[in-house]
Structure formats: C-alpha cells, structure tokens
Design a protein. Structure first.
Length: 394
C-alpha cells in the first residue's frame, strides 16, 4: 500500500489497515515530511504526539515527486501496490498527473482512495478541507454547545477520524471484491460526508418535520431522560432508554409520583414535558453526590456514568481490561502510549509497530522496487530521495 496522505484522515485510514497487517509505505517530502510531524507541542523525544497517534505500522520513504525521477519512483512503487491513498486537493491532482483517471488507467487493478474536504466533484471540490470546516458545514456544530449559546466544535479530530475509518472499511471491502472481479476501484471519501453520516439521525428527524435543532447542552435527545445532569459534587449522564427503565429510574430517585403519572408513561409524553421532568430530577440529584446516585441507578439497571476527565479515562478498569491503549517502542521517543484500533480480534492478530522516523525506510523500499544501491545513491545525491531524519522545527 502506497500512502501519499498527510495530516490526519488519510494517515488514520492507513494506520488501521496497517494494524491488520498491510505493508504501508508512507511517501513523504524530503527533509520535512508530513506536516503532522510538527503539530505540537507536545513532542515526545522530538516527535509530535499527534503524528505518533496516527502513523504506527508504516515505513517512511522520502521522495520529491515534483521531479521527474521522484515521480518515476512513485510509479514504480504503485506498480507493485494494491492500494494508493492520497489526500491532495482535487484541483491539483491532474496538474501533478495523479488524477484517478490517469492512475487507474495505468494500474487497472489498483484501489485508488482519495480523501478530501468535499470530494472529487461538485462546485467546492477544490476548496481546502479541515475538521473544523466540515463540522461547521455539516450541521454538526449547529447542535453542539451550551443551551442558547454559540455552536461549538466537538473537541477532537472527529471528521478526520471518521473519514479515516470509512476509508479503511471501503478499501478493505473493495480488496475483497477485487479477488472476485480482478478490477480495481476508485474510493472517494470526504470529511463533509463523514460528518453528514454522523448527523444522519438528526437530519432524518428534521426531514420528517421536527423543528430545526440548536445547541442545547446535550439536552435535546429523542429520548427523555437522556442527558448530563448535576449532582452534589460532579455531573453524570443518565440514559433512560425505554418505559420500563423510566419506572425503575423514578423509583431509584424516590420520585414515585413521576412514575405514576400517566402523562409520562411514554417517551413521547416525557419529551413533551421534558422541562418539568428534568427540573424535578435535577432537584433530587443535587441532594447527594455522584457516587451515591451511580450506585443506586446501577442497582436499578439504569445506564448512567460520571463524566470522566482523561486522567480518569486512562485508569478506568474497563479501559485497562480491554487494553485499547497500546505501548510501542520508538527509536527516539522511547515508550509511546497511544490509542489502538477500536476492535478486538479473537486471534490477537493486530500489529503494533511505532510510527516511522522520517526517511528511515527509503533505501529498503526502493530496493524492493528494483532500484540498485548505485541508483538509490544517485537519487539521494540529486535530492530526489532522502534517507536522513529531519529535526523538529523550532
């Protein structure tokens, strides 16, 4: 697999495929490499934590593909590849002879995966895309934030990660199909459509006639009660998923009057009177600390959870038991802890190797592509290929 992507969405996709055993060759610019190598602080042993979190299980090759010899080297790598992943601006692909039409015609068995902000066609195909832009345009921000407040971005690389997951899924699926047909495929994934997928239930509700939503502090779910609530010492969330659970919830809080109210017997009734219900529930929860209520609700089989900070998340017994945070040994960063792929395999078949040093595998990969040592030396001497390790920019 040849990975020409940078930043976060494309590298996430290829990292997940690498977790499953794919040989991922990350093609980077000589001397500087992927922009994400400099997304910091924090840096760990000179390496950006963000870069380390999305680039395990890869080999780094540095080529200047704007030069004839570098482009030729890229084509030789693609000649032996099953998958090509890129996230160049769609408007630049044709100018660089990397457009899907040209590459797929040259390599008809290749799975060509293009990631971009808005996709390969449409009026805004050439606009640069970032997570923040996708969250804003997809409507995701319009429902996120405090009640009556300014719309907020979900504070992680949400669009990139979801787009990367989608790309990894489709690439793997098209590889399976190619085993039957022998034909390659063009996979076109955009950050905007990744966020639209996240918004699917909200968009469906709006199209079905529900009023247009606004930021609500997470209090406008289709279910009631299904939101954050304050206790005497810290906030918790409660998820009342059905009518029987509603009865148990009320009994656990000592609010039998709500349980006996026929107007609240269904979710529709509780939604209609959400303000009244939440006021009474909130008044009761404020009387005792979170630990007390979590135990009471847990005994009643009502889903609930304290809102944890990251210091608590990484020490969560369930998190520790499932081992989603993996450790890898990096040449300069030492032991690096990062989040692994979000699935478990009965065969324990996932791979965990550290993110590569810049250009560390240039010689080995070019050699595998048929270049002799003398030819590699010539490319390095001309600056077309690079085998050193760039220092982090100040």
């Amino acid at each position: 697999m040849v990975d020409l992507s940078t930043s976060y969405a494309g590298p996430t996709a290829t990292m997940y495929l690498g977790d499953m055993g794919a040989d991922v060759v990350k093609v980077e610019r000589p001397e500087t490499g992927d922009d994400a190598r400099y997304w910091g602080p924090p840096f760990v042993g000179g390496e950006a934590a963000w870069f380390l979190s999305a680039n395990r299980n890869k080999r780094s090759v540095c080529l200047d593909i704007s030069r004839e010899e570098g482009f030729a080297a890229l084509m030789r790598l693609l000649d032996g590849a099953d998958v090509f992943v890129e996230n160049l601006n769609p408007g630049k692909l044709k100018r660089r002879d990397l457009d899907p039409e040209a590459i797929c015609a040259r390599f008809p068995r290749l799975i060509y995966c293009a990631l971009s902000g808005f996709g390969l066609d449409g009026p805004d195909r050439d606009r640069p895309g970032y997570d923040l832009i996708a969250q804003a345009r997809s409507g995701l921000m319009s429902v996120t934030g405090e009640f009556g407040g300014t719309p907020q971005r979900v504070s992680t690389a949400l669009s990139d990660i979801v787009a990367g997951m989608a790309a990894a899924f489709v690439v793997a699926s098209t590889l399976v199909r190619r085993q039957r047909t022998g034909e390659g495929e063009l996979v076109d994934v955009s950050l905007l459509e990744a966020d639209l997928a996240l918004m699917a239930p909200r968009i469906a509700s709006y199209l079905a006639g529900e009023p247009e939503p606004r930021p609500s502090g997470g209090t406008d779910s289709v279910l009631a009660v299904y939101q954050p609530l304050e206790t005497a010492d810290r906030p918790i969330v409660v998820a009342v998923g059905n009518d029987k659970m509603w009865i148990r919830f009320c009994e656990a809080l000592g609010l039998e009057d709500l349980a006996e109210d026929p107007g609240l017997a269904t979710n529709a009734g509780r939604r209609e009177r959400r303000g009244e219900v939440i006021e009474k529930v909130q008044e009761r929860l404020l009387k005792r600390p979170a630990k007390y209520w979590l135990e009471r609700l847990g005994e009643a089989a009502v889903p609930c959870q304290a809102i944890q900070f990251l210091s608590e998340v990484i020490e969560d017994p369930q998190v520790e038991a499932r081992s989603p945070i993996v450790e890898v040994e990096h040449p300069t960063a030492g032991t690096v802890r990062t989040v692994g792929s979000p699935w478990q395999l009965g065969s324990n078949g996932k791979h965990h190797r550290p993110a590569p040093m810049l250009g560390a595998d240039t010689r080995a990969v070019l050699g595998e592509a048929g270049y002799t040592e003398k030819e590699i030396d010539a490319l390095v001497e001309k600056g077309v290929a690079w085998t050193g390790n760039a220092k982090v920019r100040p």
